[in-house]
Design a protein around this ligand. Structure first.
Ligand code: PNS
Length: 164
């Protein structure tokens, strides 16, 4: 069984993430999308909410499982006997950060965890969870960025009555 993990904050999941999930799910027998429980960041959605949102958004892809993790990705991967992490690359600006994490993870894991990058489809290259949240917080239209039910949940968080 070829298994991979797609780790991330997913606060919340966007069409860009879903594009990576769909494409990676076709390359592995099982793809575990795992939400980082990051105590440092203050997220819009709790880990439990993000897991539920991801489950709903990926319910049509049978080999995708949704989970969460705390601490180092290499430890999570080792516990689940996973040797590939999947990440999306939108632009060259992502590259330096991602390269550093990928190389660190490879080294720290004793070369057991590799990272596979998928370049984001061009139509989603501009998308980020942070910009989606900023647009939605001012009542802007995020229908081209996230699934409709996710957009509703974001507007609810920001109390944007016109959009709920
Ligand atoms: O969606 P994000 O916030 O860009 O995802 C970043 C993530 C979750 C992939 C990365 O921060 C991570 O794996 N964190 C877990 C802690 C860890 O393993 N750090 C070592 C890498 S330097």
């Amino acid at each position: 069984m070829k298994r991979a993990v797609y780790p991330g904050s997913f606060d919340p999941v966007t069409f860009g993430h879903l594009d990576v999930i769909r494409r990676a799910s076709e390359m592995f027998d099982v793809l575990i999308v795992s939400v980082l429980n990051n105590k440092v960041k203050t997220p819009l959605f709790s880990v439990e909410e993000r897991v539920k949102i991801l489950q709903e958004a990926t319910k049509d892809i049978p080999n995708v499982q949704v989970d969460s993790f705390t601490g180092l990705l290499i430890n999570y991967a080792a516990e689940h006997d996973i040797h590939v992490a999947v990440r999306g690359l939108r632009a060259i600006t992502d590259f330096e950060y991602e390269l550093q994490i990928a190389q660190t993870n490879r080294k720290l894991s004793g070369e057991k965890l590799d990272t596979m990058f998928l370049t984001t489809s061009l139509e989603y290259a501009y998308l980020s969870s942070s910009s989606v949240k900023e647009i939605a917080s001012f009542g802007g239209d995020v229908s081209q960025c996230v699934p409709e039910f996710v957009a509703k949940l974001i507007y609810e968080k920001y109390h944007i009555q016109d959009r709920i």
